[in-house]
Design a protein around this ligand. Structure first.
Ligand SMILES: Nc1nc2c(ncn2[C@@H]2O[C@H](COP(=O)(O)OP(=O)(O)OP(=O)(O)O)[C@@H](O)[C@H]2O)c(=O)[nH]1
Ligand SMILES: [Mg+2]
Length: 249
């Protein structure tokens, strides 16, 4: 799972004002997060208010190089800068307030290091996660083949009711494609998890991946008896952009 890229060093510029790297002993609810908040307040306008009850912890996992950090930055800032990120060291996180059905929800998104040597660090974060986005790279068969091993780890360390979504990233790289979309769909069906192809580069389906997870978590947290039940699979099918189609890119 190693890819030999340079690692992001602490001395490098942070990838975003909202993004902070952390180490295993630092918990997101500890002083570390408030230090980050105070810092980002100095540079950015005050964060929008949100329902304190609705803080969703989402964690990004998958092999090194599949595009976890790029996906998070695309979602957070709507940017993609090719080759700008070194392999994540340890773990980083970003807070983002999103509106789900007129309710503001705070998404705390943890970006893990895919490299094998950080595995014990990232395991510690699984159990607090409400949702888990599991990525592979559509141009890398190895990253796809490793999905089963990732799912085994997830079932071992995460809560049993964690919302899992499988994402085939780098959908823009159609000429280097190694995994057909149908293969991703089949694997997702086998494990009863929703699936979509994304591109951190073009942004295709990036917002949808996070929105779908937020909606699912919000519906679980706030049950209105008169509201129809939310079905994440159906929502995704209705919303997703068919990334395999040449016309989109
Ligand atoms: N074309 C294309 N390149 C991408 C995409 N997502 C990521 N990349 C590139 O793939 C490389 C790895 O991306 P990262 O976001 O650092 O991958 P990662 O999963 O965070 O890797 P680790 O931090 O080591 O676990 C970088 O050169 C990115 O520019 C994408 O959707 N399309
Ligand atoms: Mg990374």
């Amino acid at each position: 799972m190693e890819n030999g890229r340079m690692e992001r060093m602490e001395s490098m510029e942070p990838i975003s004002a909202h993004y902070t790297t952390a180490y295993p002993e630092i918990h997101p609810d500890s002083g570390y997060e408030s230090r980050e908040t105070a810092d980002s307040q100095a540079k950015t306008p005050p964060a929008p208010t949100y329902d304190e009850e609705l803080v969703h912890k989402t964690i990004l996992v998958g092999d090194s190089g599949v595009g976890k950090t790029s996906l998070l930055v695309q979602f957070d800032q709507g940017k993609f800068i090719p080759g700008s990120f070194s392999a994540t060291v340890g773990i980083g996180f970003t807070n983002k307030v999103v509106t789900v059905d007129d309710v503001k929800v705070k998404l705390q998104i943890w970006d893990t290091a895919g490299q094998e040597r950080f595995r014990s660090v990232t395991h510690a974060y699984y159990r607090d996660a409400h949702a888990l986005l599991l990525l592979y790279d559509i141009t890398s068969k190895t990253s796809f083949d490793n999905i089963r091993a990732w799912l085994t780890e997830i079932h071992e360390y995460a809560q049993s009711d964690v919302v899992i979504m499988l994402l085939g990233n780098k959908a823009d790289m159609s000429s280097d494609r190694a995994i057909r979309r149908e293969e991703g769909e089949r694997l997702a069906r086998e494990h009863s998890v929703p699936f979509m192809e994304t591109s951190a580069k073009t942004g295709v389906n990036v917002e949808l991946a996070f929105t779908a997870v937020s909606k699912e978590l919000k519906h679980r947290a706030v049950q209105h008896p008169n509201q129809p039940k939310f079905h994440i699979h159906e929502y995704i099918e209705a919303q997703k952009e068919k990334s395999g189609c040449c016309s989109y890119f």
